[in-house]
Each structure stands twice: as structure tokens, then as C-alpha cells.
Design a protein around this ligand. Sequence first.
Ligand code: PLP
Length: 436
Amino acid sequence: MNHSVLSKRDLHTTASSTNAQIEARRIAATPRGIGIGFPIYAQRAENAQLWDVEGRRYIDFGSGIAVLNVGHRHPRVLQAVQEQLQSFTHTAYQVVPYESSVALAERLNRLSPGPFVKKTAFFTTGAEAVENAIKIARCATGRPGVIALGGGFHGRTFMGMALTGKVAPYKTGFGPFPGSVFHVPAPVPLHGVTVADSLRAIEQRFKADIDASQVAAIILEPVQGEGGFHPAPSEFMRALRDVCDKHGILLIADEIQTGFARTGKLFAMEHYDVLADLMTIAKSLGGGLPLSGVIGRAEIMDAPAPGGLGGTYAGNPLAVAAAHAVLDVIEEEQLCARAEQLGQRLKAHLEHLRAQVPQIAEVRGPGSMVAVEFLQPDGQPDPAFAKQVQQRAEAAGLLLLTCGTYGNVVRFLFPLTIEEAVFEEGLAILSQALRG
Ligand SMILES: Cc1ncc(COP(=O)(O)O)c(C=O)c1O
């Protein structure tokens, strides 16, 4: 086919469509299981702003669910991808590898916490990274069991669902799930669960469900993402490390949402004085292109035999090029420090609004992984208020994401490169949306 004679129709462009027209087509053409956040259709985006097909502008405080820590279309990312486009777009790394992927692995091995020798394997989606982390952990230990936390989210594949600690909507109707996965409650003081409660639950699992000697891994997010932006307390992480060391269990940090400067450090595990054996990464690593990975101790990573890991698109060269640019930008624009500054300002802003918005029960989160949780006067979760805030913000041109086991949390994931004026404008809309 002659590529230069593609017609407008071949490209499926429907420039004159309105949001409502496309929404009607979406409902007819795609299954409802793929829920959408906002019935607006993207036309173009730039750093922290997005325009829909009707030309309406939005400030994007969601970053495509934590993917755009360096913003939409960062010039460095665009340039890196364009340069890669000129050479090749796909070879299948496991058929004909490329140096850029090896260099990215070297870079991540160096940048990730832990003085030990590390190796990194690349995949495509977050769920795939989680699947592979569990495969590697089982293969390295020869054990089946995995312990995960209530409220945790690890993806929509079968092991991802099995590990996820929230039934609706992620697990409803999809079972049975892979076996030997056990949940313990996450320590969330606001919801009455202490660190001691969570640790006791692990000991109970070892008595009631699986002997500790049969557990391959404990997996957790250093800050729960979908679960409500609950940071794991330091003493909890330390105690988990002790449990793992005592029983020969591997500690897996799922850094898919927390990674790449979001929490004020390149990786959230840098906030702790203990180390994970394996880390899953995705989302902001690729700056908008699909890329994920598992970083871990070399001897553990080398457990699976050649051919046991991989995937046709694993470590796509365009995404690898983008990831190099993302790491450059994080360093050159000092995005860890900026995450800290912006997060402090947002938290101060929200704390200031507390007097006028009695639903605000807690403002929390490290760096710019900030959330505000809403409760009713009787202490029950208030998901209706979270929804209302989200809708009012959208009407005023600000995209916000909700989260939390009860859906009563608004989380903030703006690009860390956001312009000052756009950030201030977003905060002003947020105030209005909270006050009503
Ligand atoms: C902590 C965590 N793990 C895993 C995943 C799954 O990633 P993906 O949607 O790319 O499969 C997510 C996605 O939100 C996540 O936040």
C-alpha cells in the first residue's frame, strides 16, 4: 500500500464530532466494562492542560492516572521518540535486542535503592510487571504463597486481580483467581487499623492459611494508589522486612503509581530505611508510552530460565527512548524537589480550607502524591461528596481523580512540570469545588 495516499476516511478522522456524538458511538461500540472517567474526548494536550474535541480547555490534575509526571508531550520526550522513529520501531527485544534497553536497565539498576547488584526486565503494562514479579519470586524461592494488602491495587490480569484487595469493580464476576494469595488489612489509622493489627493478621495467615515457609513474597505499594493514597508507616515497612528476613520471604514494592519523583523521591522506597528485594515500575517511566519493568536483586532476577520471561512488545524501543528522556527531565528539572514543594503548597491549601469544608477528614501523602479524604459527620465515608467535588471541578475546567476503598478520596496527580500559573488556577478551581 502507498502510505502517502491515505485518505481522511482511512485515518478515521471525524473532526466535526462533538463530545456527545462520540459518547453515543462509544456506548454502542465498546463494552461498559471499560468505564470512563469523563465523557469528554481528547483533541490535544500540553504539559498540564488538555483540550477536548469541542475546544474546551481542562487543567489535568490526573495525568492519565499518574503516567505524566513530566507532563503531556514534554519536548524532550517527543524528541527522543521522534529520533527513535527514524531508526526502528520494533524488533522484539528477545529476537533482536537493542542497546538503549540495556542502557535503561543499567540506569535503573543504578538509580533504584539498594547497594546490591541488580537486574531489570522490561514489560509493557503495570499488571504485566506485577505478574512477572510474582513469577520471578516463585521461581527464585520455589514457594507458591503471596501475601498482599486489603485495599491494594495491582492490576486487572488474573494474578493482578488475585492480589488486588478490592472486590468491586475489579474482581466482580471474574473468578476463580490464582490460588495461594492471602490478604491482610493495610494499616490505616483513620479507619481503625493499626500497624499491630496488620502484623497480627500476617501471623494469623501463617497459622490459618499457609506456613510461612511456603510464602514466596509479600507485595505492597509503599503508598496505596487506588486504595486511597495511604502511605505504609515506616514501622510497618520495617516489620515486614523483619518478617521476610525471618522466613526467607521476598519483599516486593509495587512502585507503579509511586515511582519517578511523584513522592518527592525517585522511588517511594527511598523514604524507608529498609529495602525491597523486587520493585515493579510502570506508568510515569514511559512518559505516556507503555513501558513497565521489574527491578531486583540480580540473583533473584536470574532465577527464571531463558525464555521464561519476556513478551512480544516488552521494552518497546519507542517507550525505552521516552523513558531515557523522562529520567533526564526528572534530573535536570529537579522534579523530586518540585514534587515536594508543590505537594506542600497543595497540602497547606487543603488544610486552610478545612474550616470551611467540614467533610475534609484528612489531607495526606508524601511529596505530590497527595489526597484528601471526606467523611460524613458520623465518621462514615462520604463518596457522594468526593463525586460532587469531582463534578464541580470538571464543570469549571479541572480534571480530578477519586480513589479509596470507599470512593471517598480525591487524589492529586498533576504533572510535576506544571506551570506556576496553571497550578494556581487549578488550586483556585479546587477551592470553589470544595466550597460548593
Ligand atoms: C500500584 C499499581 N499496580 C499495578 C497497576 C496496574 O497497572 P496497569 O494498569 O498499567 O496494568 C496500577 C495501575 O493503576 C497501580 O497503580
